[in-house]
Design a protein around this ligand. Sequence first.
Ligand code: FES
Length: 489
Amino acid sequence: MPQFLNLSRAARLAGVTRGELQKKIRKGELKTFEGEVAVNDLLRVYPKAELEQNEMLDRVAMIKQRAMPKTRYGDGAQPVPKIIATRLDNLNTTLAQTKGALNAVEALIEGAVAKLKNLAAQGTPIATETILEIADWLEASSQERDSDPDRRARLFAKDAFLRIIAASVKVIPSGHEYFVEGTESILEASLRAGLSMDYGCTNGNCGSCKVRVLSGEVWKLRDHDYLLGPTERDMGYILTCCNTAVTDVVLEASEAFSPSDLPAQSIRAGIRKIQNLDDNLLLLRVQTPRAQTLRFFAGQKIKLTLEEGGSSELHLAGCPCDGRNLEFLVRRQQGNLFSETVFNHTGTSPIVLLEGPSGAFVLNDNSASPLLLIAFGDAFAPVKSIVEHAISIDLAESFHLYWFNDLAKGNYLDRLCRSWNDALDNFHYHSIRTAVDPEQLIGCIAAEGVVLGRCNCYVAGEKGAVEGMIAALTGAGLPEDQLSFESIG
Ligand code: FES
């Protein structure tokens, strides 16, 4: 009987990203059955699956880790002994069941072969040839199954190891899948995976992260003040911020799919760092209190009001997977109190009120098409957010980033783009410093082999620049429904 793996598990075993696996499926090189991949098929497409760890996977993990510096991801934390013991016990049961099933199948094959040979020996004239043909086929199939038992065994050993260190979570009705690793909560793992499941306080007080466990076993990491009623407990409700997954679990949970699904939020936060990128642009790092992370979609903006006066609506420049550590780009503007205050600030960390988020310039995470991203100047902030989120969820087939910027060479953001370019085989970054006109840029895009009709395109910049770019892109064949744009300033 063929064995199947969900896509996330199959990708891990093959040592590739989920996006890479989906590309194979789209091309018809790998078949899926109800969203799962057969082990034999996986071994056929990735013959060295059990032996190699693909470097690309490591590099993507590194970028994710960089995008979420304050989480536990990648810190090497192992599951607690109770969880490891339960997972080992489950594996043992599965092994015993598999052995039993295998013995039954082997007995069945042997019995069928003997029976067919017996019939042939009796000389039934019509069916003799057919009978022998079936008997040969059964014998050959049985031998073929065992032709490379070592390879299969290594694959299953690796699968067993992965099942001990991580459990998979499937969310219904969206079908999203992700892994819970080490001692992280189900909520932390969902944020790392780029999902937007409901949550509020992250520490068991508000109940916003309540979901229903449809199958599998969870374990409570900490007690919580929010009380679940007896009926809710009986029905399998838990708080994702206070539980981790022991076995593979299926959850019934709601997720935000568009900006209108997010609640309006108001959070008092502290400015932790002000970093000059050049004389007229700085990077602002803001940190929210531990129990109040900001929920937003990649590409959105938020209103910041300084306690000491001045407010501004700015795009978030980071990944939504880290809602505590927020980044903004601030341009020097004479006469703008917010800008003047942060540019001239010295001394203690200012307090800022965050209100929002707002804006519909967001990443379409339903499509794996190539991403074409064009940013002008400091309008790079929402584009950076979109890139980091798309990388963290393995979304796009390829990335093509064109950034018109006059920032001094070697600045942090330019180095960051170059590090994406160096780390990911499917990432292509072009820093454009001269006054290239839109038509010339279209020529560069075409020369890179980008087919506009297949891309999801995001353009951000000052109004005039954005309008010129839109006209050139649509004129060159980019369908309007694949274009998102944001005029800033
Ligand atoms: S997020 Fe508030 S209880 Fe979990």
